[in-house]
Ligand binder design. Structure first.
Ligand SMILES: [Zn+2]
Length: 220
């Protein structure tokens, strides 16, 4: 079964909405020299409307969907939680002296998945940043398969090239046991939102807008 990364491509569709998310971060330890610190995001983020028309999903770094869409997903996939997102209505104009756009669209919810699969460089072909000598933190990033297109140094200039098809056994490899039967999950330290092929099929059957999938790996 394939593993897919999905993108809420807010700006991919013409005039699609964009929000700024104001996360509340709970700091769990001191900040290391490398900039890393243990922290946890509080759920949900409050949203600041930046303009555009809301599709079924909306992007801002977290997973935002119209609440009706979120409910359909929660009903079908028990590993998904959803909670209404507070939206800055723009009423604090005088207080903050910043003009905010008024949001008049449908109610929005943030989605969250209960399962987090840790990075597993022993089976996945992931690029790793060097380990920090102070806090031993290692950052992993999904490799080139995760990108819809990428820049490559060709001759003496960077050029956009289309994605390279994934070769079996490469990319994000998820052991079946790590999923507890779930279809949607967060992967790794940075919490990339991913799903299995049946999640993509369900979403594509609904014809929802502003979401797209790229195959990045497989379940073993
Ligand atoms: Zn460090």
């Amino acid at each position: 079964m394939s593993v897919l990364i999905f993108r809420i491509n807010s700006r991919g569709d013409a005039d699609s909405a964009w929000f700024m998310a104001h996360d509340e971060i709970e700091v769990l330890g001191p900040t290391c020299k490398c900039g890393h610190r243990e922290s946890k995001r509080r759920f949900p983020a409050s949203l600041e409307y930046q303009g555009g028309t809301v599709g079924d999903f909306a992007g801002c770094g977290c997973i935002i969907a119209q609440c009706s869409v979120a409910q359909t997903l929660v009903d079908r996939f028990p590993e998904i939680s959803s909670i209404p997102s507070p939206i800055d209505t723009g009423d604090d104009f005088y207080e903050k002296r910043v003009r905010r756009l008024k949001y008049k669209g449908p109610p929005l919810c943030e989605l969250w998945f209960r399962t987090r699969v840790p990075f597993n460089p022993e089976v996945s072909t992931l690029k790793a940043y060097p380990q920090c000598p102070h806090c031993s933190h290692i950052a992993y990033v999904p490799d080139k398969f995760a990108l819809p297109r990428r820049q490559e140094l060709i001759g003496d200039r960077w050029e956009w090239v289309p994605p390279k098809p994934r070769v079996r056994g490469e990319g994000v490899i998820v052991p079946r046991g790590a999923l507890n039967g779930d279809t949607f999950f967060f992967f790794g330290h940075s919490g990339f939102a991913m799903c299995l092929s049946k999640g993509r099929e369900f979403i594509e059957d609904q014809n929802w807008s502003c979401i797209s999938f790229t195959e990045v790996g497989e379940v073993i």
